[in-house]
Structures are given as C-alpha cells and as structure tokens.
Design a protein around this ligand. Structure first.
Ligand code: C5P
Length: 218
C-alpha cells in the first residue's frame, strides 16, 4: 500500500514546524523536520570549521551525520542539540550549505526513510517539489515578514537567546532571498499545493485548515 505523505513547505518562521507537528500528532503520523537535518549538518560544519566553499567536504559531513530524533528532542551523536541548532548562526549557515546540490543529495535518502506507516507529515522547503513529489496533500504556508519576525523573536526569547526585531527581519529577508533564488531545489510552491497565509491565524486554526484539506483529498 502507498504510505500517505502530507508536505508543508514555506519560508523561515512561517509556522510550518508547529503546524506540521500538530497535524502529525492528530493523525498519528510520523514527522520529518527536514530543516533540522540542514541545521544538524550546519552545526557539525561550524564545529569542524569545514570550509564553506568546499561542496564535497560539506556533503561528506551531511553524509556522515549521526543523528536521531526522540520524543521531540534532536541528538547529534549522543548530544542533545535541540536548542543549539535553533541559534541564528546555525540557521544562517544551514541556509548557505543548503544551496549546494552535493549537500542536498547527501541528505536525500535519509529524508525518504522517514516515510513509514501509517503516514508522514514532512516540513521544509522542497518536500512537495523534490523529496515527496507524490504526496497526497501539499501545503504552502506563508506569512508576512512582520508576522514571521515577531514569531521568531518570541521563540528565541522564550528559549533564552537574545534577539532584535530589526536583525531578525533582515535575516529573514536574506534567508528568503537565498532560499528562493538558489539553483537547486529553490523554495517555491508545488504546482498542486494548497496555499495558506497564516499572518492572522493561530497555529490551531491553521492545523484545522490542513486537516480539513486532508480529509477532503484522502
Ligand atoms: O526550516 P529551517 O529554518 O529550520 O531550515 C533551515 C535552513 O535549511 C533553511 O533556511 C533552508 O535554507 C534549508 N532547508 C532546505 N530545504 C529543506 C529544509 C530546510 O534547503 N527542506
């Protein structure tokens, strides 16, 4: 039987992580945070001081990623890096290395492996366009830069990081720019994606919308 997949793609801080996790919980599906794989690679790269222009060395780091996900926590080897990978520096580095096709290729198989019964909710930038093109439901989540900067600000402060709204808005714009304009797997809606602007929505309202669409297509 075909294992159903729901893909939720969108820009940084659009709320896709929260929404995808809640949808997965509601359906009893597995959850893939593909951005975390790029962040884990970035954290390794920063620690090893891998040259940022050596696409083969960067891909090697991605290929040899020893990570696992357990009860909402993310581990690199045996270290809990759930918080560490959320730092802005790690996110920015992730976005830079994610532009390399060698790195994307190195993480391809790992992502496919998350498709297990009874189903998967996958969030990222290219879940519906590249990794799971046959997904049953594809969602493209957006939100204004202001709404996203505000959410990111709150997340960071809640996690004990310091943050400035001005720096965050600038970072978001730069990262959007890089993610949308790269040659390989750029951020863009899949052809048959359902669009949802969450600027004025709560996470739960967005979850209900996605579940409604899934019920209609499933
Ligand atoms: O979603 P998140 O902000 O955690 O992702 C970090 C970075 O990883 C993104 O800015 C993006 O460049 C990259 N990424 C990607 N493809 C994905 C998920 C994330 O290129 N499927």
């Amino acid at each position: 039987a075909i294992i159903p997949v729901i893909t939720i793609d969108g820009p940084t801080a659009s709320g896709k992580g929260t929404v995808a996790q809640k949808v997965a919980q509601q359906l009893g599906f597995h959850y893939l945070d593909s951005g975390a794989l790029y962040r884990l690679t970035a954290l390794s790269v920063l620690r090893r001081a891998t040259p940022m222009n050596d696409d083969h060395a960067l891909a090697k780091v991605a290929e040899h990623l020893h990570c696992h996900f357990d009860g909402g926590h993310i581990f690199l080897a045996n270290e809990d890096v759930t918080q560490a990978i959320r730092a802005e520096e790690v996110g920015n580095t992730a976005s830079k290395i994610a532009a390399f096709q060698t790195v994307r290729q190195a993480l391809y198989g790992l992502q496919l492996g998350f498709r297990k019964p009874p189903g998967l909710v996958a969030d990222g930038r290219d879940m519906g366009t590249v990794i799971f093109p046959t997904a049953r439901l594809k969602v493209f989540l957006t939100a204004s830069v202001e709404a996203r900067a505000q959410r990111r600000y709150k997340q960071l402060i809640d996690k004990g990081f310091s943050a400035s709204m001005q720096d965050l808005s600038k970072d978001l714009r730069e990262r959007d720019e890089r993610d949308m304009n790269r040659a390989s797997a750029p951020l863009k809606p899949a052809e048959n994606a359902y669009h949802l602007d969450t600027s004025d929505m709560t996470a739960d309202e967005a979850v209900q919308k996605v579940l409604g669409w899934y019920a209609a297509v499933g």
